[in-house]
Ligand binder design. Sequence first.
Ligand code: 5AD
Ligand code: SF4
Ligand code: FES
Length: 342
Amino acid sequence: MIQLIENGEKTGKLTKEELAILLKSSDWDAELFQAADRVRQHYMGNAVHLRGLIEFSNICRQNCCYCGLRRDNTVIERYRLAPETILDFARKAKSYGYQTVVLQSGEDLYYTVDKLVSVIREIKKLDLAITLSIGEKSREEYAAYKKAGADRYLLRIETTDKELYRRLDPGMNWEHRARCLMDLKSLGYELGSGSLVGLPGQTIESLADDILFFKEIDADMIGIGPFIPNGDTPLKYEAGGTFNLSVKVMALVRLLLRNINIPATTAMETLHPQGRILALQRGANVVMPNVTEGDYRRLYALYPGKICINDTPAHCRGCITGKIVGIGRFVSTDYGFRPKSE
Ligand code: 5AD
Ligand code: SF4
Ligand code: FES
């Protein structure tokens, strides 16, 4: 086992079988986490990049079985922010010193290309990097956003198990989602993807496949989080993912993809009070503090137990900075693009 971890650290390569062995045993987790931390330190240094997250609409046309924003969820109160409000939050993000804003929403068709292009253009005037996380769109639409100034795009593949995807994402198509990732890459976006850990019926082998898939598509950012059952969805009685397995998948992503940006995800902290800090010590180098204000934070309810729903953006900024400094790291003052070469 130790040999496997050393090899992975040295070469950035592990086979599906080797990944599965490491995921299945917990005897060598400490060694795996230390190796991931060394790789992070070597390729990315001690800087932690903060990305200000703006959740601008919780309206979604899709019906993913795990997600609280799914269209069949009639319990949740829906909202969408006016373009001026999005801009206001972006200005505040800038004032907190964030260099990137992440614009995230359900697949809400209210925001037409024209509307979003003008929001992107205005935000670019603030000298911020922009990450979009708004789901599956046409290549033309992605191209328009890129041209307007968007720099990065997050689209989790969620799982590489196509049968599982078919069951959990009714009406969606795995191949189409993968094609979106290819389109985004070829349009010059920094490409972010990722998956959920602990979906009902998901195997360890398929998690190994996920990691290899991220390497194959040469992702620039990978977000891994546990699946947390949401009481307003069909998966409410399922077990959900664990913190430890999610962090292990994340650590293995760090071993194999080496110089990419990896967030310590919010869902990890829902399952463990030190979740994000532990993740930062086991391979992660990014945190995405929420800059959405007021009730919108609570209403953007992908899963229950979301952290910071009663905190202000200013409070979160101080809180996370303190935690980062407390483990001997520092908040980056640059945009935090993926380094060009290893
Ligand atoms: N638990 C954890 N993460 C979830 N997401 C959606 N629903 C859940 C859940 N119940 C994640 C998906 C999506 C991202 C925005 O939120 O992976 O890509
Ligand atoms: Fe919509 Fe995304 Fe939730 Fe699926 S995961 S229902 S696409 S917000
Ligand atoms: Fe929000 Fe700590 S980051 S309260």
